[in-house]
Design a protein around this ligand. Structure first.
Ligand code: GUN
Ligand code: ZN
Length: 433
């Protein structure tokens, strides 16, 4: 009897081994023109050239064929807001105004578990349609919102990282967690979901403005109590936000120093935006090994500014790339990479296609400390994969007539591609579409 949990996926396979040193760094990846991924119980059991592996598969092993398509590890989105699926495309405001006029209004609807459960399904469908197989998501302050997302993700065996955005000031009362239960609710979510199946919890102060010193201290203590949890928050996104931070925290040397004072920086801390950093803040991010998360479509749409990738890279700060929907305007990591490229061009910098694809897969996995589990097509990792078609539209197919190698194909995909280029998404080896 063949083991029915074994299946195979065949196509052109690309996976990164380390961060590329620049365009043309062929040592940074493994590319198989005709490769097979063997999946057993949701994880990758073997990877190799079809010429070697095909004959060794047990007779009757189901094989999904993707002859012209490129199979890469599923994309990882390390900063996205689950309750902002109906905030995306909100007109005419910069950060603080945008939060007050649109975001804080919409997020109050997540007090209703039915609304949260319904939108969790939409959110996960949309991620899959865009080839995103793991995301780090903000939920609202209502524990029911995180509960809904974890439950829906667990049902689908999708590895999500999420947390309830804890706030106790500077937001409408409907979004403020009750002081008595805020931390208890968070601890309860950790106990229920952190490490259950593929789910993980992220301690989530929304941003320093919306928590008092006492609450930030409690969140820092929670992170210390559960050191395998991640931490997500926002940092140095907008100039008016920074001016407000100076008023609210007059005694701290910088915005980053506020988070540092409460023990919220570290190798599992994901700091969204990081646009307007002082030198001392860059040093703090580096010294604590915190991750600066580049959110290009959001930074452009909300008019926040240009992320200085080259500066942070030169300083040795860890960098990840994310959509930040619904400040961000697309669920697609391909669209996100396209905007990252343009933001860097505006500063005289380049983003080689190899680096962009590494970031969206292995690089973002490493930023989450999950590089042994996701982000690579390698034995032992989850078989989270995306099948990409660089000829998905007439304009892409036309451009593809002139490309000469895999790097040019990747550049077409990241510049012109979106959900239309996603032919299939596999979650733990199973088709999600
Ligand atoms: N800062 C605090 N909350 C948010 C949010 O929801 N989106 C963005 N882009 N920045 C924030
Ligand atoms: Zn955000």
């Amino acid at each position: 009897m063949p083991d029915l949990s074994v299946r195979a996926i065949r196509g052109r396979l690309l996976s990164f081994l380390r961060a590329p040193r620049g365009a043309g760094d062929a040592e940074s990846y493994r590319y198989l023109e005709d490769g097979i991924v063997v999946v057993k119980d949701g994880r990758i059991d073997a990877v190799g050239a079809a010429a070697d592996l095909a004959a060794r598969l047990p007779a009757g092993t189901p094989m999904e064929q993707h002859p012209d398509a490129l199979i890469v590890p599923g994309f990882i989105d390390p900063h996205i807001h689950f309750p902002q699926t109906q905030v995306i495309a909100s007109y005419g405001a910069q950060l603080l105004d945008w939060l007050n006029r649109y975001t804080f209004i919409e997020e109050q609807k997540y007090a209703d578990p039915k609304h949260a459960a319904h939108n969790a399904e939409f959110f996960l469908d949309e991620l899959a349609r865009n080839g995103t197989t793991t995301a780090v998501a903000y939920c609202t302050a209502h524990p029911a919102s995180a509960e809904a997302l974890f439950a829906a993700a667990h049902n689908r065996n999708v590895g999500m990282i999420a947390g309830n955005a804890v706030m106790n000031r500077n937001a409408p009362p409907g979004l403020l967690a009750p002081a008595a239960t805020a931390i208890a609710d968070s601890r309860d979510l950790i106990r229920r979901w952190h490490g259950k199946g593929r789910q993980r919890y992220a301690v989530t102060p929304r941003f320093a403005i919306t928590s008092t010193d006492a609450q930030l201290a409690e969140l820092g203590a929670l992170l210390a109590e559960f050191p395998t949890c991640l931490m997500q928050t926002h940092l140095d996104e907008n100039l008016d936000e920074i001016a407000l931070i100076k008023k609210v925290f007059p005694n701290d040397a910088s915005y980053t120093a506020v988070y540092h004072r409460f023990g919220l920086l570290g190798p599992r801390s994901l700091m969204g935006h990081c646009i307007h950093l002082e030198e001392s803040e860059v040093a703090l991010l580096h010294d604590t090994r915190s991750v600066a998360v580049f959110c290009p479509t959001s930074n452009l749409f909300i008019g926040s500014g240009l992320f200085d990738y080259a500066r942070l890279k030169a300083a040795g700060v860890r960098i990840a790339l994310a959509t930040d929907v619904g400040g961000g305007t697309s669920y697609s990591m391909l669209r996100t990479a396209a905007e990252a490229y343009k933001v860097m061009q505006l500063q005289g910098q380049n983003l080689p296609a190899l680096s962009a694809f590494d970031l969206m897969t292995r690089g973002n996995a490493a930023a989450l400390g999950l590089e042994n589990e996701i982000g690579s097509i390698t034995p032992g990792a989850f078989a989270d994969l995306v099948v990409l078609d660089a000829r998905a539209t007439p304009a892409m197919a036309h451009r593809m007539e002139t490309i000469r190698d895999i790097e040019e194909e990747l550049f077409v995909l990241m510049t012109m591609g979106d959900d239309r280029a996603v032919r299939q998404t596999y979650i733990a080896g199973k088709p999600a579409l």
